[in-house]
Design a protein around this ligand. Structure first.
Ligand code: COA
Length: 450
C-alpha cells in the first residue's frame, strides 16, 4: 500500500519581534509573568511592512523547493490554508504561485490551486486533501504543496493581543515521504460553536475563555473518536504530542486532560492512587457540581506528580519551543509544534525512526482532528537544515511605539500612508518576495527583491 505523508517542511517567520515581558507587559501595566508563566510566551513575530501572508508563504515555499531541488512541474497541487485572507474570491495560492513563477522557468499552469478555511485547522485539512488526492491516484507522480500562512493580529487591547504572531509553514506532501507518514485513522470532534470568528472583518471577535473550553471539549471528542478506530491510546504510544498551540498555556491544559484520559484504568492510575487517589468516576456522584469539584482536585494533584511531569517534559514540552518565541500562527501553529519536537530530537541526537507522533489540530468554530504520524528513517536530513532558530534570532526587536505603527500598517482599516509617506521597513529584504503596492483592480502586487 502506498504510504503518504510529509516529505519536507520549511518555516518562515515574520521579521519583527514584540518582546512580551520586556516591551508589552510594561506598556500594558501587567506583570511580565502573566505572559511568560501564565500564557507561556516570550515573544510574538510580526510581519515587516513589506511582508504579508503571500510573501511569507511564497518565501517558505521557495526555500522548500530550493532545498528539495524541485521545479514547478514536480508540484501538482498548491493549497493555502489561512484565516487572514484579503480576498473573498481569488485564492492566496494564485498569488503565491505567481511569485514562484518569477524565479522559476516553469509554470504552475497544470497545478490545482485552492484555499482552505476552517480557522486554525485548515492547514491539517489541506494535508488531508493532498493525502486523498495522492491516495486516489490522481497525482500523476507529483507532490502537493501545502502552505499554512497567517498574520494573527487581534484588535489592540483585546485579551488575545498577547498571543499574536505571524509566519508561514510550507509542507511537501508526497508518496513514500521522507519525514513522516500519516495514519489512515483519524478522529474528529466537531460542533457549531461561536468561540472565535471573523464575520467579514480583519480582527477576530473572540470569547477567549470560552474558546479554551471549546478547544478542550472538541479535542476530547476527537481523541475518543480516534480511539474508536485506532484502539485505546496509552501514554507510551507516542514519542511526541504536537498540538495546536494558540499559546503554550493552552497545550499545558490540554495535555493534563489527555494524560488523565490515557491513564484511566491503567497500571499508571493504580500507581498514582496512593499519592492522589483514583480518578473520580461520574457514576459515583449524585450531582455534577460535586463530580466537577472532585475532578478539579484530582487534576490539581495529577499535575504535581513526578509521573505526569516526566511525561510532560519528554512528550509535550519539546513541541512548544518555537511557539514560545513566535506566538500564534493560526493554521501553521500545529505544524510548528511538530517541527519543534523533531528539531529537539535532532539536537539531542535521538533515534526517532519508526516512532510515532500524536498530532492534535484544532480550529475555532469548532473542530478538532487527531491522527498519528510515523517518523521515517530519513527524517534527520529533512530537519537538519531548518533555519528557524537563526530567523528568530535575527528579528528586529520593536519598541512599543514601533509595534503600534506596525499594527496599524497591517490593519486594513487604517490608512498608514495618510501623510503621503510609505512606512519604512525595519529590516532590509534580501533574496525574497516582497509586497510591491496595489494594482489597478485592487490586487496586491509582489516582486522578488535581489
Ligand atoms: N503570573 C503567573 N501566571 C499568571 C499571572 C502572573 N502574574 N497572571 C495571570 N496568570 C495566568 C492566569 O492564571 C491564567 O492561567 P490559567 O488559565 O491556567 O488560570 C493565564 O495566566 C492567563 O491569564 P488570564 O487572566 O486568563 O488572561 P486573559 O484574560 O488576558 O486572556 C486568553 C487569556 C486565552 C482568554 C486570551 O489570551 C485570549 O482571548 N486569547 C485568544 C483566544 C485563544 O487563543 N483561545 C485558545 C483556543 S484557540
Amino acid at each position: 500500500m502506498t504510504e503518504v505523508g510529509i516529505d519536507a517542511i520549511e518555516i518562515w517567520t515574520g521579521k519583527l519581534k514584540l518582546d512580551l515581558p520586556n516591551t508589552f507587559a510594561p506598556a500594558k501595566g501587567e506583570d511580565p509573568e502573566k505572559y511568560t508563566k501564565g500564557l507561556g510566551l516570550n515573544a510574538s513575530s510580526f510581519p515587516d511592512t513589506y511582508e504579508d501572508i503571500v510573501t511569507m508563504g511564497a518565501n517558505a515555499a521557495h526555500r522548500l523547493m530550493e532545498h528539495e531541488g524541485l521545479e514547478p512541474e514536480d508540484i501538482g497541487r498548491i493549497d493555502v490554508a489561512t484565516e487572514s485572507s484579503f480576498d473573498n474570491s481569488k485564492p492566496v495560492s494564485t498569488y503565491i504561485a505567481g511569485c514562484l513563477e518569477r524565479v522559476y522557468d516553469g509554470k504552475f499552469s497544470h497545478a490545482n490551486k485552492g484555499e482552505r478555511k476552517f480557522a486554525c485547522l485548515a492547514g491539517t485539512q489541506s494535508i488531508d486533501d493532498a493525502y486523498n488526492w495522492i491516495k486516489a491516484g490522481r497525482n500523476r507522480g507529483r507532490s502537493a504543496l501545502v502552505i499554512a500562512t497567517d498574520t494573527a493580529l487581534y484588535a489592540r487591547n483585546d485579551p488575545g493581543e498577547a498571543t499574536q504572531g505571524a509566519g508561514a509553514v510550507a509542507m511537501l506532501i508526497s508518496e513514500d515521504p521522507e519525514l513522516v507518514t500519516l495514519s489512515t485513522e483519524q478522529g474528529y470532534g466537531s460542533a457549531d460553536e461561536t468561540d472565535f470568528l471573523k464575520p467579514n472583518q480583519q480582527f477576530p471577535s473572540v470569547d477567549g475563555k470560552r474558546s479554551v473550553q471549546v478547544y478542550l471539549a472538541r479535542m476530547r471528542e476527537a481523541l475518543q473518536d480516534f480511539e474508536s478506530v485506532a484502539g485505546r491510546v496509552t501514554v507510551e504510544d507516542f514519542a511526541y504530542g504536537p498540538f495546536h498551540t494558540p499559546f503554550p498555556g493552552m497545550v499545558r491544559k490540554a495535555a493534563l486532560f489527555a494524560y488523565r484520559h490515557m491513564t484511566r484504568d491503567t497500571a499508571i492510575e493504580d500507581d498514582l492512587a496512593e499519592e492522589i487517589g483514583r480518578q473520580p468516576r461520574e457514576e459515583a456522584f449524585d450531582d455534577d457540581e460535586a463530580y466537577e469539584e472532585a475532578l478539579r482536585e484530582y487534576m490539581d494533584g495529577l499535575k504535581r506528580t513526578d509521573a505526569y511531569q516526566e511525561w510532560y517534559g519528554r512528550v509535550i514540552d519539546p513541541t512548544l519551543t518555537i511557539s514560545r518565541n513566535v506566538g500564534n500562527w493560526y493554521t501553521g501553529s500545529v505544524h510548528l509544534a511538530r517541527a519543534s519536537a523533531l528539531r529537539t530530537a535532532f539536537e539531542e541526537g535521538r533515534d526517532l525512526a519508526g516512532e510515532r507522533l500524536m498530532v492534535g489540530s484544532y480550529g475555532s468554530g469548532a473542530q478538532a482532528e487527531i491522527h498519528a504520524e510515523t517518523v521515517q528513517d530519513t527524517w534527520e536530513g529533512k530537519i537538519a537544515d531548518l533555519t528557524i532558530d537563526q530567523q528568530i534570532e535575527d528579528r528586529y526587536d520593536l519598541s512599543y511605539e514601533e509595534y503600534e505603527r506596525v499594527h496599524d500598517v497591517h490593519n486594513h482599516d487604517v490608512d498608514s500612508d495618510v501623510e503621503g509617506e510609505d512606512v519604512e521597513g525595519f529590516t532590509a529584504p534580501a533574496e525574497e518576495f516582497v509586497f510591491d503596492g496595489w494594482g489597478r483592480m485592487g490586487e496586491r502586487k509582489y516582486r522578488f527583491a535581489e
